[in-house]
Ligand binder design. Sequence first.
Ligand SMILES: NC(=O)c1ccc[n+]([C@@H]2O[C@H](COP(=O)([O-])OP(=O)(O)OC[C@H]3O[C@@H](n4cnc5c(N)ncnc54)[C@H](O)[C@@H]3O)[C@@H](O)[C@H]2O)c1
Ligand SMILES: [Zn+2]
Ligand SMILES: [Zn+2]
Length: 391
Amino acid sequence: MRALVWHGKEDIRCDTVSDPKLQDARDAIVKVTSCAICGSDLHLFHNFVPAMLPGDIMGHEMMGEVVEVGSGLNGNLKVGDRVVVPFTIICGACEQCKRGNFSVCERTNRNKHIADKVFGHATAGLFGYTHLTGGYPGGQAEYLRVPFADRTHIKIPDGLTDEQVLFLGDIFPTGWQAAVQCEIEETDTVAIWGCGPVGQMAIRSAVLLGARQVVAIDRLPERLSMAEAGGAVTIDFEQESVVGRLNDLTDGKGPEKCIDATGLESHVTFALPDTIYDRAKQMMGMESDRPHVLREMIYVCRPAGTISIPGVYAGLVDKIPMGQAMNKGLTFRMGQTHVNRWTDDLLRRIEEGQIDPSFVITHTARLQDGPEMYKVFRDKQDSCVKVVLKP
Ligand SMILES: NC(=O)c1ccc[n+]([C@@H]2O[C@H](COP(=O)([O-])OP(=O)(O)OC[C@H]3O[C@@H](n4cnc5c(N)ncnc54)[C@H](O)[C@@H]3O)[C@@H](O)[C@H]2O)c1
Ligand SMILES: [Zn+2]
Ligand SMILES: [Zn+2]
């Protein structure tokens, strides 16, 4: 089959590789009908997240049709079923899964021994996301092996297009969880840094959850207009002071809730001098991530407010003002998304027409155009916000 394969920094190719096979009674094979490129894939593209190996298949946002099932699925999944595959692989039975903490499932990371050493305790297996999360082949491919398939799926009823439901596997529940973690009240201002696909979903989620005011921050006009169309007031961080404007919009008090939908690759610009410092340290291997957004959120957040972090951080960050955070009494919530915790509710909201996540798609291309589309998405060419690939 054809698949998008990681060969090294900024080197992803569409290769012919062997078809996946059933390896366990709980496996299923899915013929992928649509998959997407995620902001998290860019961190792998840039080699900022360790433990990728040449030959690894990319992709963790995908859906398709079940074409083969193992003998141990207990009727939970059948050949012909249409499924979205969540990026988190879940067993459904461990202590964490029972509590709905799916992204820290205790049983699905096959490289638990390494991950225990790196993180202190291993987290869940993830598709297409390094050997620290199990080294599972991803879904930017014609076929995908889904381990623990009796639990690791979201069944999709007929009548909805791929585009309407594909993002249930990652960015939609990610933006939703980021907003839910803010425990939004009707008097709240929610500020969201980053108007990429995750930020866009967080904006719509914060609006659906009843925020008084949603403020979205980015520098790219097409992303800011999409944010505005979703109900946000926007700030261009290259044109105006983010802190000044957020204080203006909140009678000088700062937003109660702050969401970091940017993560470790904060934009580097002379306008934000600490980003130059971070870039230099990153190049010398003295810091893995560029945490400008975290610093800004801690500074501007209203005392006793909440900082919610869906943006991915990979390792070590420097100069985080813990004194400000501690003295202001801020609450921090973060994590990889517990996808299946949210998807029944979100699928219902799509079916009821409360939201159609396909609004975020700007580019659709063939799988073999994937390597080029990584660059288009990374460089925001042609006003690109979200790419869907058709194997
Ligand atoms: N927690 C999870 O489970 C999960 C799931 C999916 C994605 N993510 C992460 O969410 C983040 C966003 O993903 P995406 O797909 O939207 O990526 P993206 O790269 O398209 O979006 C990031 C956006 O942040 C903006 N940005 C950069 N510096 C900024 C700054 N200083 N202030 C405000 N905005 C700034 C960029 O212009 C860009 O529009 C990534 O870190 C990704 O890894 C996490
Ligand atoms: Zn993702
Ligand atoms: Zn589990």
